[in-house]
Write a protein that binds this ligand. Structure first.
Ligand code: APR
Ligand code: ZN
Length: 390
């Protein structure tokens, strides 16, 4: 008790002292599309009204960070990448009431403002204040909180977690259980809700159903976990990297397919294996051709195809229009359709209560300084999720 009291007081004092000052710290900067990230000294301004400054403790490397660094998604360079983050609130701007200094939090790529058309609707979660589609790289007031070598540095999806300190909107921060292990729970900022949530919450995979999961990386593995938890009878896993198969089988995949080793298109093989197509198909890579394969793997009448992967900006999907009427559903899903601030903290509590086990989704943990090694491992297909620790 005394310790808690002392801790809360010292955090408050620290926060009062630092609230108005700029912090200089280490961060990874992507100066231009496809360039190697460079670890720099950056200045992080104090949070403005409605904003929160966070001391980041851990951040995962997600497929979309890699796509964005390569210039495939809408990111504004130079910027600080990263969105899958966990940390501790360092200071808060005016009017912030849902978190206080010392609170453990996750950063949210999709905020929940609780007042826009998306937030007020019972379905969906794509808050109008997100900055993931046609990204501005700026906070809501049109400015950035980061500078490096005198230059303005943009935010990524209004998160930016490859930095010791970041500034995020209060509506993009989820307060989590004080007992959460901060070296792991960053995975619950994106990987777990995106994958597990797509299966259990968005698709609502049914007991005894047949599923196919395209892509067995971090997100695909979390989808497999959700399908298994929902009682799917058969889970077909598809990946070009066979090193992903043993882990996928351990999570619940019953049949593994490498499309590069098949003599026929993979969707045709899935059709033949199931006779009628799957009940639920998931795309967790971000490639239009694979999205089509997922769609064509579905049962013609009731099959549901969920697109979880983020395709490159301006890419197009070309469907056979004459076959759409048969009844299949094509659905996009982001962070499992969870209203983020309302639902994501519960996933952390579920983990602490052993109701979900995220441990198999985190295969590597490295100090932030070894960022380049972490990306090498990611590119070599060795990781499911690598978490960088500060
Ligand atoms: N066919 C099958 N599998 C493929 C193909 C392909 N053509 N291309 C890549 N893969 C596999 C990779 O081998 C890898 O195992 O897809 C997997 C992708 O996983 P990760 O790179 O770990 O990416 P992840 O973090 O899981 O994100 C996947 O979800 O949230 C989105 O933006 C994210 O679009 C990305 C997707
Ligand atoms: Zn909203």
């Amino acid at each position: 008790m005394l310790n808690d009291f002392w801790y809360a007081n010292s955090i408050n004092t620290l926060s009062r002292l630092s609230r108005s000052r700029t912090i200089t710290c280490r961060a990874a900067v992507a100066w231009a599309a496809n360039s190697t990230l460079s670890i720099e000294e950056v200045q992080v301004e104090p949070p403005k009204a409605g904003e929160v400054r966070i001391k980041v403790t851990s951040t995962g490397i997600c497929g979309s960070d890699d796509h964005a660094i390569k210039g495939l998604l809408s990111a504004v360079f130079p910027y600080i990448p990263g969105h899958e983050g966990a940390g501790i609130v360092e200071s808060i701007g005016k009017g912030v009431s849902s978190v206080k200094p010392g609170d453990k939090v996750l950063t949210l790529i999709i905020p929940q403002c609780r007042e826009c058309s998306s937030c007020l609707h019972p379905k969906g979660n794509f808050c109008e204040k997100q900055d993931a589609l046609s990204s501005s790289g700026l906070m809501l007031d049109g400015t950035s909180r980061f500078t490096c070598k005198g230059k303005k540095i943009h935010h990524s999806f209004r998160t930016s977690t490859f930095t010791e300190y970041t500034v995020v909107l209060e509506i993009a921060v989820a307060k989590i259980d004080a007992a959460a292990p901060m070296d792991k729970v960053s995975a619950i900022s994106c990987e777990v809700p995106t994958g597990y949530g797509a299966a259990v919450h968005s698709a609502k995979v049914t007991r005894g159903s047949t599923c196919v999961v395209y892509g067995l990386g971090g997100i695909g593995s979390a989808i497999v976990m959700g399908c298994k938890a929902s009682g799917a009878a058969r889970i077909i896993g598809v990946d070009i990297n066979e090193e992903k198969f043993p882990r996928a089988r351990a999570l619940g995949v019953t049949d593994c397919l490498n499309p590069r080793k098949l003599k026929k298109p993979v969707q045709q093989v899935v059709m033949e294996m199931t006779g009628v197509g799957v009940d639920f198909a998931f795309e967790a890579i971000g490639l239009p051709d694979v999205m089509l394969a997922a769609w064509d793997s579905c049962h013609l009448s009731h099959g549901v195809c969920l697109i979880v992967g983020v395709a490159p900006s301006n890419s197009k999907l070309s469907l056979d229009a004459s076959k759409i009427f048969s009844g299949r559903t094509l659905k996009g899903v982001c962070l499992g359709d969870y209203k983020t601030r309302d639902c994501i903290p519960q996933l952390v509590t579920d983990y602490l209560q052993n109701k979900i086990n995220i441990d198999p989704l985190v295969t590597h943990q490295l100090p932030f300084d070894q960022l380049h090694k972490a990306f090498e491992l990611y590119h070599a297909g060795k990781t499911i999720r690598c978490i960088l620790l500060f």
